[in-house]
Design a protein around this ligand. Structure first.
Ligand code: PXG
Length: 435
């Protein structure tokens, strides 16, 4: 049978460009992908921010292999299997004490929908059903389902799709390279953008507001870091008005910043925290939402035979995903990947900022094992220059990720200095040849 590439409509992909010159991977190991021709491509983005322990880690592979032969699927509703409970305990042990409960999903998008629905239902369960407004942020990415898209703030992801949720408002984004360009770590300017939350509360009245959702670090919009003090301020304002704070940690979870979660790194604790990606090291699709005990307890009323929350997915807590996640957590712990002690974060920061004088570079940002290079756009063709950099880097054996005119790096957390050197060398070559 002819293998017609057009049969598969690829998401977030330039389908026509791709199908003219496809880029395929058929193998992966550690820091590397391999093409069908066996060309080695170094992975500077951990797949898509998920393969934190590196590709095809033998412990995770064998955990999944064993599990699939033992218990393939177990109903997610009214039935359980032990690994789902074990994993929930392992996850809550990684988090601040208040986050004591875990709701499983199949992806980051589903985690966000779950978080938003629980926030609304929580207020209703407490007898404050008028608290229904959800506040997101410009340039936020909370997945592609209707709730996440609505609180999200990426224009291209929203504008084609009518019927977004109505009862939503947005904070301004915090990205300001006129003041913060080439900051190392968190930017110094912009904390006052959190005060806009007070303006929104004045407009809508706090009694109508259910939750504020933010990514501690916005990834898909091009690595936007929170100004110093910003997250703390959001937390304080939410506390003042009985508004839930949701952290979307789909990319910051599982060691990306040099701590298990951004909540631990920043010392700011949300009421609900969404994860996916690194939870299973990208091996099996899975998401998890961590929820405070106060929220959970608000639902534990009524006759005991009744369902407390009318929400859940067929694949919530899938046995293969739980096996992969448990093995991934073991590996993260054994290899101390959440907090590398070998100076890698400083080496990474220095390497990122060593590229500041390359052509078209207008900003470089970094935190933990995240980096971003923002390029000056081609006039009238936003995104074109970075996309060319992506294609050229791939030709040169390096997988990078671009969004708009920003190149984002989020390598597997096993990255070594020699890989960072190779990344800088390839990116430098690519940028020098850009037009
Ligand atoms: N929230 C956040 C903060 C994310 O970054 C999602 C939700 C949705 O997750 P799912 O599993 O439904 O895709 C994401 C996803 C990139 C990139 O290159 C980022 C994501 C996905 C694909 C690419 O920045 N994040």
């Amino acid at each position: 049978m002819e293998n017609n590439l057009s049969a598969y409509w690829m998401g977030f992909t330039a389908n026509r460009q791709f199908k003219q010159s496809p880029r395929m991977f058929t193998k992966s190991k550690g820091m590397f992908y391999y093409t069908p021709e066996n060309l080695e491509v170094m992975d500077s983005i951990a797949g898509l921010w998920c393969v934190n322990a590196g590709h095809c880690h033998s412990k995770i592979v064998s955990a999944v292999q064993q599990q699939v032969a033992e218990l393939d699927y177990s109903p997610a509703f009214q039935m359980g299997h032990p690994k789902a409970f074990e994993l929930a305990n392992r996850l809550t042990n990684l988090l601040p004490n208040s986050l004591q409960h875990v709701f499983y999903t199949g992806s980051g998008s589903e985690s966000v929908e779950t978080a938003l629905k629980i926030a609304l239902a929580y207020h209703r369960a407490k007898g404050q059903g008028q608290k229904t407004l959800l506040i997101g942020r410009e340039r936020a990415y909370h997945g592609v389902n209707f709730g996440g898209m609505s609180v999200g703030g990426m224009v291209a992801n929203r504008k084609m799709f009518a019927n977004l949720l109505g009862n939503v408002d947005h904070l301004p984004h915090t990205h300001d390279i006129s003041k913060n360009a080439f900051s190392r770590g968190l930017p110094s300017h912009g904390m006052e953008k959190a005060d806009v939350l007070n303006d929104l509360l004045n407009l809508h009245d706090p009694s109508t507001v259910a939750a504020v959702i933010v990514e501690p670090i916005a990834g898909s919009a091009g690595v936007l870091l929170p100004p110093k003090g910003y997250l703390e301020k959001l937390r304080a304002i939410c506390d003042q008005h009985d508004i839930l704070l949701i952290f979307d940690e789909v990319i910051t979870g599982f060691g990306r910043l040099g701590d298990s979660f951004a909540t631990n790194y920043f010392g700011v604790i949300p009421d609900i925290l969404t994860t996916a990606k690194g939870l299973t090291n990208g091996t099996v699709p899975m998401g998890a939402v961590m929820i405070s005990d106060e929220i959970y307890q608000a639902f534990m009323h009524g006759p005991e035979h009744t369902v407390e929350l009318f929400h859940g997915y067929t694949f919530s807590g899938h046995p293969l995903a739980c096996a992969a996640a448990l093995a991934a957590l073991d590996v993260y712990e054994e290899e101390k990947l959440f907090q590398r002690q070998d100076g890698i974060y400083q080496y990474w920061e220095d390497a990122m900022h060593s590229m500041m004088n390359l052509p078209f570079v207008i900003d470089i940002r970094n935190l933990g094992l995240i980096g971003a290079i923002e390029l000056e756009p081609v006039a009238g063709s936003p995104g074109k220059r970075a996309f060319q950099a992506f294609l050229n880097a791939y030709e040169a054996g390096l997988l990078i990720r671009t969004t708009g005119d920003t190149i984002a790096f989020s390598p597997p957390l096993i990255i070594e200095k020699q890989h960072i050197d190779r990344l800088v060398e390839t990116v430098s070559k690519v940028l020098k040849h850009l037009t």
